[in-house]
Write a protein that binds this ligand. Structure first.
Ligand code: EPU
Length: 422
C-alpha cells in the first residue's frame, strides 16, 4: 500500500492546473448508456473511481477506451447485461448512477446497493422513490435494487427533497431516466450542484429537452431516443477548492488554472472573510495569504451553500486561525473522521454531534496519520504541508480515488511530498 511522507512546513508558490471534475464525470459516463453508439468525453480525470465505473460499464457490454489524446470513449451500442455487480459497485458508491440511464434505455436494471462508508450512512431511498414515481416497479432484494418498466417510464411530478435537502446522484438518476420517459416530468427540489448542470448540458446535447437547468425545478419533456455526442466535462471545483485551502494554510501564493471561481463562491467568501486574498484571473484565480488568519463560522449546505466536500479541508485551515471557529455539518452529520487525526497534530478541535468547535492554535506538528475517506485525507495532506516536521499519511488509496497526482501537483508549487510503498 502507498503512503505519503510530507516534510513541512512549506510555502506554496507557483501554478497548478485543475483537472476535470470527478463528480461530474461519473454520472455523465453513466448517461452515455442512454445513447446507442460512441460517446467521447473530454477532461475526464485519471482516477481510480473513473476506472472502476469504466469496468462497470464494460461488464454490461460497453466498450470503454482511453484515447491517445486523453479523451474517454464509451461505446454503448450494445448493452447485453443491465446489471451492476456487487463486486464492482461495492468499490464505488457512484455505481448507483447507472440505475436511471439503464431503466430509461433497457427498461430493466439490477444494481447492487452501494454500502455505507466512512462519512456515514448513505441511503438511496429517494432514488428508489423517484423511479417508482416514473412508473417503474422498484424494490430491494438480496442486496440489489431491482427495477423494471416493461411498457416504458411515464413522466410525473416528483418532489426529490429529503431530510438533508436535495440529493445529487438521486437527481442525476431521476433526470437520466426521465429524458426517455413518455410525457413531461417535473423534478422539484432538484440538486443545483454544477455537476448536475453539467449533466443537463450533456443530455441536452444528446437531444434531451430540459428546462430550468441550474434551478431546483427541472422540467423534462421526454424524447424517444438520444444520440451519442462529444462532450467536455467542467473543471473539478472540489480539487480547486482543496488547492485554495492549501495556499491559505501555507501562507502561499498559488495560481490555479482551469478553475471556475463561479462554482466556488461559498468557499471564496469564507477565505476572504478569514483574511485570504482570492483574485480572478483569465482562466482561474490567484490565492494569496499574508499574515494571520481570522476564525470563521461555516455550515455545509447544498449548492450554492458551502460544500460538504470542502468542510474537512477548510477545518485544517481554521485549526491555525487566531480564535475560535465553528463548523456545522448539515449534509453528512458524521463526516468528521479528520477531527481525531488533526488533534494528533496538535489541533484543538472539539466535536459535539454535527458541530466542531475549532480553537485555533499557533502551530501543528507532523505525525503519523491514517487516511479514512477522500476529503478527510485531503485535509490531512493540507495540514501536513503546514505542520512542522514529518507527517506520514497511510492508506492514501482514498486520496487516489479523487485527486489526480495530488503530490506531483503540490510538489510543482514547492511542497515536499513523497509517495512511498509500505
Ligand atoms: N440522502 C438520503 N436519501 C437518498 C439520497 C441521499 O437521505 O436517497 C441524503 C444523504 O444521506 C445525505 C444527503 O441526502 O445526507 C445528500 O446526499 P447526496 O445524495 O446529495 O449525495 P450523493 O449524491 O450520494 C454526491 C457526491 C459526494 C458529495 C454529495 C453531497 C458524487 C459521486 N458524490 O454524493 O461526493 O459529498 O453529493 O454534495 O457525486 C466526494 O466526492 O468525496 C463525495 C462524497
Amino acid at each position: 500500500m502507498d503512503y505519503f511522507k510530507i516534510k513541512g512546513p512549506c510555502r506554496l508558490n507557483g501554478e497548478i492546473e485543475v483537472s476535470g471534475s470527478k463528480n461530474a464525470a461519473l454520472p455523465i459516463m453513466a448517461a452515455a448508456l442512454l445513447a446507442p453508439g460512441r460517446t467521447v468525453l473530454k477532461g475526464v480525470p485519471y482516477l481510480s473511481d473513473i476506472r472502476v465505473l469504466g469496468l462497470l460499464l464494460e461488464s454490461m457490454g460497453c466498450k470503454v477506451e482511453r484515447l491517445e489524446n486523453g479523451d474517454l470513449a464509451i461505446d454503448a451500442t450494445t448493452i447485453d447485461r443491465p446489471h451492476g455487480d456487487y463486486e464492482i459497485v461495492r468499490q464505488l458508491r457512484a455505481g448507483i448512477c447507472i440505475l436511471g440511464p439503464l431503466l430509461g434505455r433497457c427498461r430493466q436494471v439490477e444494481v447492487s446497493m452501494p454500502g455505507g462508508c466512512a462519512i456515514g450512512n448513505r441511503p438511496i431511498d429517494i432514488h428508489i422513490r423517484g423511479m417508482r414515481e416514473l412508473g417503474a416497479n422498484c424494490y430491494l432484494k438480496g442486496g440489489y435494487v431491482i427495477a423494471d418498466a416493461p411498457k416504458g417510464l411515464i413522466g410525473a411530478e416528483i418532489f426529490l427533497g429529503g431530510s438533508f435537502g436535495s440529493t445529487v446522484l438521486g437527481t442525476a438518476n431521476v433526470l437520466s431516466a426521465a429524458v426517455l420517459a413518455k410525457g413531461t416530468t417535473i423534478i422539484e427540489s432538484a440538486a443545483c450542484e454544477p455537476e448536475i448542470t453539467d449533466l443537463c448540458h450533456m443530455l441536452v446535447k444528446m437531444g434531451a429537452k430540459i428546462k430550468g437547468i441550474g434551478s431546483p425545478r427541472l422540467e423534462i419533456e421526454g424524447v424517444t431516443s438520444l444520440n451519442p455526442v462529444e462532450y467536455e466535462i467542467i473543471p473539478d471545483r472540489i480539487e480547486a477548492g482543496t488547492f485554495m485551502c492549501a495556499a491559505a494554510i501555507t501562507e502561499g501564493n498559488l495560481k490555479l488554472k482551469n478553475c471556475r471561481t463561479d462554482h466556488l463562491l461559498a468557499l471564496i467568501n469564507k477565505l476572504r472573510g478569514i483574511g485570504v486574498t482570492v483574485d480572478k484571473t483569465k482562466d482561474g484565480c490567484e490565492v494569496i495569504r499574508r499574515g494571520r488568519l481570522n476564525p470563521a463560522d461555516v455550515t455545509t449546505q447544498p449548492y450554492p451553500g458551502f460544500p460538504t466536500d470542502l468542510q474537512a479541508q477548510l477545518m485544517s485551515v481554521l485549526a491555525l486561525a487566531d480564535g475560535n471557529s465553528i463548523v456545522v455539518e448539515k449534509i453528512y452529520p458524521q463526516r468528521f473522521m479528520h477531527v481525531a487525526e488533526l488533534n494528533r497534530m496538535g489541533a484543538n478541535l472539539r466535536k459535539e454531534g454535527d458541530i466542531v468547535v475549532v480553537a485555533g492554535v499557533d502551530r501543528l506538528s507532523g505525525a503519523p496519520l491514517m487516511a479514512s475517506d477522500l476529503r478527510a485525507s485531503a485535509a490531512l495532506v493540507i495540514a501536513g504541508l503546514a505542520a512542522e516536521g514529518e507527517t506520514i499519511i497511510n492508506r492514501i488509496y482514498h486520496i487516489d480515488r479523487g485527486y489526480e497526482k495530488i503530490e506531483e501537483k503540490l510538489n510543482s508549487a514547492g511542497a515536499l511530498i513523497e509517495r512511498l510503498k509500505e
